[in-house]
Design a protein around this ligand. Sequence first.
Ligand SMILES: Cc1ncc(COP(=O)(O)O)c(C=O)c1O
Ligand SMILES: N[C@@H](CCOP(=O)(O)O)C(=O)O
Length: 513
Amino acid sequence: MVTASQVYRSTRSAEKETKSFEAAVIQGLASDGGLFLPPTIPQVSHQTLFTKWNKLSFQELALEIMKLYVDSAEIPEQDLKNLIERSYSTFRAPEVTPLAKNVTGNGENLHVLELFHGPTYAFKDVALQFLGNLFEYFLMRTNKDKPEGERKQITVVGATSGDTGSAAIYGLRGKKDVSVFILYPTGRISPIQEEQMATVPDKNVQTLSVKGTFDNCQDIVKAIFGDKDFNSKHNVGAVNSINWARILAQITYYFYAYFQASNGENGKVKFVVPSGNFGDILAGYFAKKMGLPIEKLVIATNENDILDRFLKSGVYERSDKVSSTLSPAMDILISSNFERLLWYLAKEYEAGNGDLRAGEVVNNWFNHLRSEGKFKVDQKIIDGALKDFASERVSDEQTTATIKKMYEISENPKHYILDPHTAVGVCATERLIAKDKDASISYVSLSTAHPAKFAAAVNNALSSFPEYSFERDVLPAELKKLSTLPKKLKFIEKPDIELVKNAIEEELAKMDL
Ligand SMILES: Cc1ncc(COP(=O)(O)O)c(C=O)c1O
Ligand SMILES: N[C@@H](CCOP(=O)(O)O)C(=O)O
């Protein structure tokens, strides 16, 4: 029997009908421009958490969590188990997302959750290795026994500020009946991030370098989803955290890390998440609402601080200009996934727990955002958000200082090197430790990328140390060789949807999928 956590509704929907998991994943963005979510978040008892789940492997946890959101009539348990096993077999760490415990070694209980052991050295791999296999699973089932020419094909279109792009490409490269087009802002990602995308030779992959910002790219992707003719002609698919499967797959490491940090007990654990599009920490929100007793979810932003400003003012307002920072993957003006949190808050505090009323409230807020560039919520919404979230804003100067300090003081291991996004989180974590003065609290700071992806920021912080060498201490051989490979890139001279659609159709015509 399908449950209310295994069907999906748009954050802006006033429709009674809900969609299946497969429909939500394949469609990506709802036709009303909203994001799909489960109207009810499933609950897990403390007994289950602390007598069963606390003993499970990453893969076993992923299965137990995903079963709660996917009806077995849609994906039989054994198939889901196989998808999970295959998705995480590509990770370099047997634990998939290992926790570096007590990194500073001075009783601060500062643990670093290493999410970068996947194929592209960023946390996006955890979801996109799974999503790539999920797309393939659904397409193979849809196309079973269909002759060539009648098979359904998906045209995945994504926007990246650096990491989603390569993770999506590595998750979908070479897969049958799928083409992948990734848009990124020219000159606003690191050299290695560009090389990771552009050096993939697979015929079903094309990277588009767009002269503009990430927000321009994200707006174009959302507009393409809204172009009914183009979408119905090409079956556009989403790999950004627009796609619910991205959030679902990221829930696992919050449970896994909590149990590692608390030694499987019911302890006080705070998670600090370097945030931009809000997809990563939103998965932590689902874990918390499912019953994992997380003390607090802390949003750590760089100078692009819409999330920090909202929690402190209740105003969700797009800044005029995006700041280029040392943590470019978070150089985002509008956090796409925040809408999902707002729906749950609207449902609880504005809509009398009504799904459709919540959709109306969210729709109104985003109509205001579109027409006036901002909207303000009632204090009860903010008070509700603050029960689960806190936020900190970290400058570039503080980011660099944190990379330097951690290199100097870390004990487990010594000379621990942070990428700038992780450093934003660790800086925020150290503020919490100083503020809380509570040795009973464990702090899990998410490390969202390997430092090798951000050479400029890491070298800027550490080059004064005579014993430090980026080539020797940071850069893995498989990333080092990328600079020697030919690049496959297409330049789009301005952030224009028609130029992008034409480029996609030009390349599709050449692809023999
Ligand atoms: C390395 C890195 N850290 C942090 C973030 C922020 O994650 P989210 O966008 O899910 O908030 C991103 C991407 O956005 C990223 O690529
Ligand atoms: N920082 C992201 C931006 C897109 O975020 P997503 O989670 O919606 O894919 C990136 O690395 O591209």
